[in-house]
Design a protein around this ligand. Structure first.
Ligand code: GDP
Length: 432
């Protein structure tokens, strides 16, 4: 049985918490895309952790954590993360790394930084983790696969030599930076080889057998639908697909094996980086939500950057859930809204005088103005509540209003950052 946990929006929806929670019933947790550019914040019995590369299931000793071939693998970051959790008392996790995963090289990070500097005010707001240069190289067929670490020295050096020819032209002539040297890159790869060797595995074959044995597998997505390069707010997107469908590719399993797609939506909106954000709010209203948001405020897990804040966006979330193929919606961070007298919800976009509930392409999105409906708040703390019926009526109305607007069943409501802060709901007949 394979399930996926993915985001409906711009990322930071609370996927890490949901994955950590569902990890209890999983045997294997797989990262299938993205790299160390975004992070999950997880709070459990061991403490509070920010993970970037490790799957959020590493805290259980019964799970195996898998880095699939779709991931941008930063080996030093992976090892720092393993050390970071082991040093804090977490049992050493069982980790497998796909022999087909490609590696983020130090020059990918360098190119990312240089390009952001060149673009200056017109930059994409990259986290400078090398992700865009990495995926560009992967699809230009000049990336390095983990399996290539085991090539003969001569063959590997020949490949490096070929790859750096065009890199050096750009480095020297566009960025006026020093050229890359074959020997340096070779040594970097040999360091990676030493670190990664014990974990390398034919992941798709391992997962195929695990599926046949009836194991429970969880695919963990990074970011959300709106950052998908095909279906998101291009070009303000990430460089690998954030959709559950890509889980089959990035893990190497048959698509029909993914039986449950848990799509995470946060009870309000937040986004990082540039790009249209229709229900964005500003000033004191935004500062207060940012301060109270998530666990300890809405600041990037990787960069510490303050996140842009907004009200819940039904147009974006309906689209986000549809593209994910949501079978279930996990509605998170609802507890944070308990301070508000009234809560605006974006139910439509006005574009050139017409109101639509369909999420448009980027050029139209930039013209969209939010159409709000305002719901009454519940004015109390809902943390600790375990049954849906025990939530205040206005709080249930908020959940049910949004469920109706997005048209996908909210089967989990998260009312606190901890593993046990979760309320399960039956699927409503209309959204089943
Ligand atoms: P992810 O990348 O989708 O995993 O999201 P992040 O980790 O960046 O952001 C989610 C933040 O919200 C984290 O700090 C979580 O600890 C926190 N969080 C998750 N669910 C809840 C919840 O229901 N209530 C509160 N207050 N915080 C939550």
């Amino acid at each position: 049985m394979v399930r996926a946990v993915v985001g409906a929006n711009w990322g930071d929806e609370g996927k890490g918490k949901i994955t950590d929670m569902l990890g209890k019933e999983s045997d294997i947790i797989v990262r299938f895309q993205g790299g160390a550019n975004a992070g999950h914040t997880i709070i459990n019995d061991y403490g509070k952790f920010a993970l970037h590369t490790l799957p959020s299931g590493v805290f259980y000793d019964h799970t195996t954590s898998v880095i699939g071939s779709g991931v941008a693998l930063n080996i030093p970051v992976l090892f720092q993360e393993i050390k970071g959790i082991v040093d804090r008392g977490v049992p050493r996790p069982k980790i497998l790394v796909s022999d087909r995963a490609q590696m983020v090289m130090s020059y990918h990070i360098l190119f990312d930084k240089l390009e952001e500097e060149r673009l200056a005010g017109k930059s994409f707001g990259s986290t400078k983790s090398g992700i865009a240069p990495f995926y560009s190289d992967k699809y230009a067929k000049i990336g390095f696969q983990v399996s290539e670490l085991f090539l003969e020295e001569k063959a590997l050096k020949e490949k490096i030599e070929q790859v750096i020819v065009q890199k050096n032209v750009i480095l020297q002539h566009l960025y006026h930076a020093p050229a890359l040297q074959v020997e340096e890159i070779y040594q970097e790869l040999m360091e990676y080889k030493t670190m990664v060797k014990p974990y390398v595995c034919d992941v798709s074959s391992y997962l195929w057998n695990a599926i046949k044995e009836g194991k429970h597998i969880l695919l963990e997505g990074q970011l959300g639908t709106l950052k998908d390069p095909d279906h998101g707010i291009y070009p303000m997107v990430t460089s690998s697909s954030t959709l559950a469908a890509y889980g089959a590719i990035g893990a190497g399993i048959p698509p029909y094996e993914i039986r449950q797609i848990i799509t995470v939506c946060k009870a309000y909106s937040s986004a990082v980086g540039a790009g249209a954000f229709v229900s964005e709010i500003f000033g004191e209203e935004a500062d207060e939500l940012r301060r109270r948001g998530g666990d300890g405020g809405e600041y990037g897990a990787t960069t510490g950057r303050p996140r842009r804040m907004g009200w819940f966006d039904c147009v974006a979330s309906k689209y986000g859930c549809r593209l994910q193929g949501a079978t279930d919606v996990a509605f998170t961070v609802l507890d944070v809204l308990g301070y508000l007298d009234e809560i605006p919800v974006c139910v439509g976009y006005e574009i050139d005088g017409q109101v639509t509930t369909e999420f448009p392409v980027t050029a139209l999105l930039e013209k969209a103005k939010p159409v709000y409906e305002t719901l009454p708040g519940w004015k109390c703390d809902i943390r600790g509540i375990r049954k849906y019926e025990d939530l205040p009526e206005n709080c249930r109305n908020y959940v049910e209003f949004i469920e109706k607007q997005i048209g996908f069943p909210i089967t989990m409501v998260s009312n606190g950052p901890g593993r046990n802060d979760i309320i399960f709901r039956e699927k409503d007949v209309e959204t089943k």
